[in-house]
Design a protein around this ligand. Structure first.
Ligand SMILES: [Cu+2]
Length: 505
């Protein structure tokens, strides 16, 4: 990393307070421009970065396999009972003798897909066979606080924990599960622990379409095809595995048609997925919390920050294409931003008449209405502290409202049933995806580069990206009392302090 880069980092983020004042006074140009200028185009490889597995050693080109399904052990209607066992194992990702040591749910990478229905009584038994505490967090699902697998509720190595919840009407959507232990998430996710959830609705205008699921994760593999420890840059920027996997497969061959309803999960710890399929376009029909209010216009690319999901239809002409990650600059501090597009899967696309058109109503989403409570979360970083110490793990210098996460401290207050108006401010020089536990929210305004904008339609979300200097305003109602986390979903930032607790009474 260039010395000049350090100096600039130090100058742009002297103290969280001054950054905040500047971000509010001049919402962005200063911050955004200096951040992009800070990225050297050819940053030298960090001293602690391992040699990587040559990409041609990875198995590629096999047909995309559907995610394995978690078996419902219950025969009672309206009930789902399943078991997830987290344990160390191996996966044969590369040709040659070395299987990759990884951590998996039910020996599957990613974990099995859990398909549920609105109204279901769900019990999920978690057996922790890892050598450290873990939890299962049901990302985005409206489950009671004490069933949400937060860091306050660790499951010890060797222990079993049963999570119970009932899915309310209107909760259909694409969700996921991942570990959320205190100070241990990044290592567990980097080793492969995550899985997808789909909740189905009794009424769904797209129910007749065949589905395709792209659970996208990434993995770093060293020359021996093993998962190496975090580098210092991984901690500062968030760790991006160099190998992007879809349903656990490297560059799988995808057969796609215009009738497919495609659900996409970004399960990466830090990688932003700026997806495009040159020659085709994506038609957004769903967000984190299920179908949008209406079908949106086709777009050439869709951006999913870590933790986000989308449902799309794909339109275009017949042909052999490449699912591609376009460069997206999230302004990392130590790593160079991507300069080139990266093909992640060959796609054979077959055109078909689209089942819906732009503007078609998909469902009714009732606006949450007048807020009864105001909450504010300002994401900050003390870059000077981070850059002072360049070995091991950086200090806990990623903050919300001036403080790193402390499990003994409630940061914000809310009441069950009351609509909270959240104002989230990114007063840092990097992008951060903000996630709130407990259910879904409605973004109603963004403010970036001094301009306010509203979303294209009403949508349910639980994770929203904020660019440097950006402000997002949203409404959310917590439906049950208890403690809820909110945090940056770049897993390393969360672990280095960018998290807080909401006390819902
Ligand atoms: Cu972050």
């Amino acid at each position: 990393m260039h010395r000049r880069h350090f100096l600039k980092c130090g100058l742009t983020a002297l103290a969280a307070g001054s950054v905040l004042r500047r971000a509010i006074a001049h919402p962005a140009p200063a911050v955004a421009h200096s951040a992009s200028a800070m990225n050297p185009h050819a940053a030298p490889a960090a001293a602690d970065a391992p040699a990587l597995l040559p990409a041609d050693r990875l198995r590629a080109g096999q047909a995309l396999q559907p995610l394995p399904l978690l078996r419902n052990e219950s025969t009672e209607p309206g009930t789902f009972a399943g078991t997830l066992v987290a344990e160390p194992g191996t996966a044969q990702l590369a040709d040659g003798p070395a299987a990759t040591a990884c951590w998996r749910y039910n020996q599957s990478l990613p974990g099995p897909l859990i398909v549920l229905e609105e109204g279901m009584n769900v019990s999920l038994t978690f057996i922790n066979r890892l050598p450290e505490p873990s939890t299962l967090h049901w990302h985005g699902l409206p489950v009671p606080a004490d069933q949400d697998g937060g860091p306050d509720d660790p499951v010890a190595p060797g222990a079993t924990r049963v999570y119970h919840f009932t899915l309310p009407p209107g909760s259909a959507g694409s969700y996921w599960y991942h570990p959320h232990p205190h100070q241990g998430v990044s290592g567990q996710i980097a080793r492969g622990l995550a899985g997808a959830i789909i909740v189905r609705a009794p009424q769904d205008p797209l129910a007749a379409l065949p589905e395709q699921h792209w659970a996208i994760s990434d993995l770093r593999l060293d020359a021996a095809a093993q998962i190496p420890p975090h580098t210092y840059a991984d901690w500062v920027d968030g760790r991006e595995g160099e190998f992007v996997l879809i349903n656990g497969q490297y560059r799988p061959a995808i057969a796609l048609s215009g009738t497919h309803r495609v659900r996409i999960w970004n399960m990466c710890a830090a990688r932003y997925l700026n997806l495009s399929l040159p020659g085709c376009a994506f038609i957004p029909v769903g967000s984190d919390g299920g179908l949008l209010e209406k079908v949106l216009p086709a777009q050439e690319a869709i951006l999913l920050s870590p933790g986000e999901r989308m449902e799309v239809l794909v339109t275009g002409a017949d042909g052999n294409r490449a699912l591609t990650l376009l460069p997206y600059n999230r302004h990392p501090m130590m790593s160079p931003p991507p300069q080139a597009a990266m093909a992640i899967a060959p796609v054979t696309y077959r055109a078909a008449p689209l089942p819906v058109s732009e503007g078609t109503a998909l469902r009714t989403i009732t606006p949450l209405g007048e807020p009864g409570n105001q909450l504010r979360a300002v994401m900050m970083e003390k870059m000077g502290d981070i850059m002072k110490n360049k070995g091991g793990t950086p200090p806990r210098a990623f903050l919300i409202n001036g403080k790193p996460f402390d499990m003994a401290r409630m940061d914000l207050n809310s009441k069950a049933g009351v609509v909270d108006r959240w104002e989230i401010i990114n007063a840092t020089t990097m992008d951060h995806p903000f996630h709130i536990h407990g259910g879904q929210f409605q973004v109603f305004e963004r403010q970036y580069l001094g301009k306010k904008s509203a979303p294209a339609c009403l949508a349910w979300k639980d994770t929203v990206n904020l660019r440097p200097g950006e402000i997002v305003r949203l409404l959310m109602r917590q439906d049950s009392p208890g403690m809820r986390m909110y945090h940056c979903h770049i897993i390393e930032h969360e672990e280095l302090g960018m998290m807080g607790m909401l006390n819902v009474s």
